[in-house]
Write a protein that binds this ligand. Structure first.
Ligand code: ARG
Length: 306
């Protein structure tokens, strides 16, 4: 492999398989995030519609049930050895509980903690960002804003997902994030970004149809991606688990969270569950029904932090 190819293990944006000039083991290691950030669902509700899942669900959240579901997820993360940090939800910010969306944190090769703050697409969610930013400021992160013109929106870890333990980012776009955001992110963090175009409005964030389970394994819903994007996924991962339509659409199975061993996932997707078990994963089922009504499940109710 020529040296020019190896160079794109640093800042570069990859949109097509032909540009993929490296093997995963050439991308430098990144320490696992030992902590999880969560926002308490005290003010969680469905007050407006900004994705197809929310339609017809305004005012239907059972707050007590939502709080129980959220508590179980938090406890599951804790039992897996993760330290959980919580931020209080804010009145008038019913979606703040989905705290994958307001930021993209990173730790560089010298151990410096950095975070790029999101530009939320919907006016309804813009006020959430400063509250999350405050947490980062109090916890030693360098806070970075996206400033180049032409980037309308970027929704953090809803669309930008770190490859398991590698300085490699997967960047979804099409609904909530401008593809141009990834040029900025790639240069700012000095990492390659593989961009994936989404083409199904029910899967409006990358984390609704793409879940990295370990270095070599991903769970996806293929019908949410363009052909070029699927080719990229197939070129990088050895094992691809495909979720069936019911699991992906109704159970948000791809919005699971994996630490490489344990997979925390919405209850009931038996086919997916069997495939996960066959590959040796420990499946931990939880109930997230109150949050699926709003278009989210396990993955997007937390942000991984260092
Ligand atoms: N109601 C929220 C929205 O539409 C749900 C966000 C879920 N987040 C996610 N990363 N999938 O913005």
């Amino acid at each position: 492999m020529s040296s020019s190819l190896i160079e794109n293990t640093k800042a570069s944006v990859i949109t097509h398989v032909s540009e993929l000039g490296f093997f995963l083991n050439q991308v430098s290691d990144m320490p696992s995030p030992g902590q999880i950030l969560m926002v308490q669902p005290t003010h969680y509700s469905i007050d407006y519609v900004i994705n197809p899942h929310m339609e017809g669900n305004e005012g239907t959240v059972d707050k007590k049930k939502a709080l129980q579901e959220w508590g179980k997820i938090r406890d599951t993360f804790k039992s897996n050895g993760l330290k959980v940090q919580t931020i209080e939800g804010q009145p008038g910010m019913p979606d703040m509980v989905f705290c994958a969306n307001q930021s993209l944190p990173y730790v560089d090769e010298n151990g410096n903690k950095k975070v790029i703050m999101s530009i939320m697409r919907s006016e309804h969610r813009k006020n959430e960002v400063p509250f999350i930013e405050q947490w980062y400021r109090q916890n030693g992160y360098q806070v970075i804003y996206i400033d180049p013109p032409g980037i309308e929106s970027f929704e953090g870890m809803g669309d930008a997902i770190w490859h398991n333990k590698r300085r490699l980012l997967w960047g979804g776009y099409g609904y909530r994030t401008s593809s141009k955001a990834y040029d900025f992110i790639s240069r700012t963090y000095n990492v390659p970004v593989i961009t994936l175009e989404l083409n199904n409005p029910f899967f409006y964030h990358l984390d609704t149809c793409f879940c990295i389970l370990n270095e070599d394994t991903v769970l996806i819903y293929p019908k949410a991606f363009t052909r070029d994007s699927l080719d990229l996924v197939q070129a990088v991962f050895k094992n691809i688990i495909e979720a069936d339509t019911k699991a992906a659409e109704q159970n948000f199975a791809c919005n699971a969270t994996s630490d490489g061993t344990n997979v925390v996932i919405q209850k009931g997707s038996n086919e997916v569950k069997d495939k996960l078990k066959l590959l040796g994963f420990n499946v931990q089922e939880v109930e997230t029904g109150e949050f699926i009504k709003s278009g989210g499940s396990v993955f997007c109710m937390k942000c991984v932090v260092w």
